[in-house]
Design a protein around this ligand. Sequence first.
Ligand SMILES: C[S@@+](CC[C@H](N)C(=O)[O-])C[C@H]1O[C@@H](n2cnc3c(N)ncnc32)[C@H](O)[C@@H]1O
Length: 215
Amino acid sequence: MVNSSRRSGRAATVSWEAYRESIGDRSPLFAEIARTWAPKRALYAGSYVDLSPATAIPAVTFLDMDRRAAKYFADGALVASELERHVPPALAPEVDFVHGDYTAPLACQEGSFDLLISLFAGPVWDHCQRYLAPGGLLLANASHGDASIAGLDARLQLVGVVQRDADQWSLADTSLDEYLIPKRPELADADLIRADGRGLQYTRPAWAYLFRLVV
Ligand SMILES: C[S@@+](CC[C@H](N)C(=O)[O-])C[C@H]1O[C@@H](n2cnc3c(N)ncnc32)[C@H](O)[C@@H]1O
């Protein structure tokens, strides 16, 4: 089922195929997260048209301010046909789209998601943490600093690291104490990272990090 907060009724004009090719297929990553942690409801802030979480997670709310993303998600037939390539029709996931700015209050219930996704989209953790349930997961990367800010948040525990080698994805939970160690410890300050808008350089980097909200 595809729900959109702003339905245009017109065919999506976004070149979603080119975009999808540029980012690669992340479906195996979300399949692995689903296999290990079984999240039921995810919020993907700054999703653009990356549909991959919906191939593995039963209900996903995508959120983006870009009107091309709004057009894409308004085309329910297109989204459904894409999902059919990965998910049997009987297991059709629930897909919602919110066309908006994640820095503003969202029409989403606080504490109602068990996975928050933050990939290449800015300080999602700062603005959307209220929507994550206690014990929920944050998947973040360091490109815009979000994983670095999360790594300094005492309420978050690192529970996995994601590595990517071309089309191969892995989610590991071993040697986690070797990750998130900054090359320059003096820069490991959340406000400095926010001001800089970039993540820290780590002695052992990962493509992304999976955290659990422990308090
Ligand atoms: C570089 S793209 C990344 C898209 C996708 N997460 C990925 O990994 O390929 C960043 C996306 O975040 C969205 N974005 C950035 N700031 C946002 C905000 N404050 N509210 C909603 N969307 C935002 C942009 O519109 C853009 O579509």
